[in-house]
Design a protein around this ligand. Structure first.
Ligand SMILES: [Zn+2]
Ligand SMILES: [Zn+2]
Ligand SMILES: [Zn+2]
Ligand SMILES: [Zn+2]
Length: 482
């Protein structure tokens, strides 16, 4: 079963100090460092509906509350609703004594068989659209709240711009983004007055005043019939169903209403230190390809456990791992001992320096936001000692035609049998001697993978091949108590 959990068993230590499997980590070819989801900038590239795959600009998406106008989700189970057609007998407009067959459409869920007819919604005469929107009794109050937060956002923006007047660019992300403050909307309407008052008095004030809600000691009692009538559970909505439409929160299933489908986004990821893209999808929502995809999977040798072995406390056991070269260049690899505490300390120092350099450098925009990322300390506890093979070996380049090759090219390498257990195309097997420490349930070992990386980003100043150190933590498996 060991192979099933490879992803969780072998993890790389990201430059931010988090352990991540190779499939969830990126490699910045410009900084030559690992970056994970926690330490990159996430940017929205495309907004699209996952059902009809229509993409829309962010302003339109914001107006539509990030929901698709034409696609609906089942309010009962959340599955996508599909449009069903049926014909009904309708009175003939020319002769009221006769009837004609007419095609009508309703929404039905193929998952739970809920239909729009269940809640008494009238069938539509057109296949798409036409469904009336529900009126919200709190609409006015919500609008006034929005208005208020718009002015809060505006104040925040003005304050920030004042503070950062020395910076070249300012960040447009945050509240002003959320409440659609464009420069023109800011200068329009009431805001103009606050702008002028601001510049004269220098005190940013709120343009809209809102009386905060007050908590009440007394709440409304339960309805009388709750004590006298039997509860029919199938007629009452679940909490999930209620929360799926926060504006209405229907309590009874007969009040469920089709939900507009949520829009999804395609994200691109950017390195926070050098601002290069690490991942950028193609714009078209129906395309699953990437323009840029710097997954570590394509740049860092992949470490796998070959098979599960039985481990015993304080007993040295041979554990075999394999290393695989995903790049089209040969790599010289060595395994070095890994001391987490020393490494993390060095890492943090390096990151602080990098952050300072980024903050002081003038040509970095506001995108460089280095935030403190909480680390899971327990993750980095190594519960077993490991004896690593001494010496280095060559991991040959990936060759897609190697599997068709009858000739064994492995004899070209003069491998030390003490280091290399076996060799197959761009893979090499290595033996580790693992000794679980006292009172441990799982043996976790760590080592530093040192390898020569051939950088395909050719720059005139840097040499193309660099030596990199990647800390790898392997969960070797459960340890027998005996
Ligand atoms: Zn990270
Ligand atoms: Zn849609
Ligand atoms: Zn359903
Ligand atoms: Zn970078």
């Amino acid at each position: 079963m060991a192979h099933l959990f490879q992803v969780d068993r072998v993890r790389l230590l990201c430059s931010c100090g988090l352990l991540k499997p190779i499939t969830a980590i990126y490699f910045c070819r410009h900084c030559l460092k690992l970056r994970c989801g926690n330490c990159v900038s996430h940017e929205v590239d495309t907004l699209f509906c996952p059902n009809c795959l229509e993409n829309m600009p962010s302003t339109e998406a914001r107006l539509k509350k990030n929901r698709c106008a034409n696609c609906f989700d089942c309010p009962s189970c959340g599955h996508t609703l599909s449009t069903r057609a049926t014909s009904i007998q309708a009175p003939n407009p020319d002769d009221s004594s006769k009837t004609v067959a007419r095609k009508v459409y309703y929404l039905a869920c193929t998952g739970c068989r809920w239909t729009s007819r269940d809640v008494g919604l009238n069938d539509q005469t057109v296949a798409t659209g036409g469904w009336a929107e529900q009126d919200n009794e709190h609409y006015k109050y919500l609008q006034s709240l929005l208005e208020h937060y718009r002015s809060v956002a505006q104040r925040e923006k003005v304050e920030r711009e004042r503070k950062r007047s020395s910076y070249r660019k300012s960040s447009y992300l945050s509240l002003s983004e959320k409440y659609s403050l464009s420069p023109s909307s800011m200068i329009g309407r009431k805001s103009l007055s606050s702008f002028s008052s601001l510049s004269s008095k220098g005190d940013p004030g709120l343009t809209s005043e809102l009386t905060p809600c007050e908590a009440e000691e007394e709440v409304d009692g339960l309805p009388d019939n709750i004590f006298t009538e039997d509860i029919i559970l199938s007629a009452v909505t679940t909490m999930d169903q209620r929360m799926a439409s926060p504006e209405w929160q229907p309590e009874e299933t007969k009040a469920l209403y089709p939900l507009h489908k949520h829009i999804l986004v395609k994200r691109s990821l950017r390195c926070r230190y050098c601002e290069h893209n690490l991942s950028k999808p193609e714009y078209n929502p129906s395309s699953v390809k990437f323009k840029i995809q710097l997954s570590a999977f394509y740049h860092v040798p992949e470490v796998r456990m070959v098979r599960q072995v039985e481990l015993k406390i304080e007993k040295e056991t041979n554990v075999q791992i394999s290393l695989c070269n995903p790049t089209p260049h040969d790599m010289t690899v060595a395994l070095l001992p890994f001391v987490p505490e020393a490494y993390i300390a060095a890492l943090q120092k390096g990151e602080e320096q990098a952050a300072e350099a980024a903050a002081s450098s003038l040509n970095t925009s506001s995108l460089v936001r280095v935030v403190e990322i909480p680390r899971e300390e327990d993750d980095l506890v190594l519960t077993a000692d490991v004896a690593l093979p001494q010496g280095q070996f060559v991991l040959s380049a990936r060759d897609d035609t190697a599997e068709y090759d009858d000739q064994d090219s492995n004899s070209n390498y003069k491998d030390d049998p003490q280091v290399v257990a076996w060799r197959r195309a761009n893979k090499v097997g290595v033996n580790l001697l693992v000794t679980p420490k006292k009172d441990t349930e799982r043996a976790v070992v760590g080592f530093i993978l040192r390898y020569d990386y051939t950088n395909t980003v050719a720059t005139a100043t840097e040499s193309r091949t660099v030596t990199l150190n990647m800390p790898v933590v392997v969960d070797v498996g459960p340890v027998d108590k005996e």
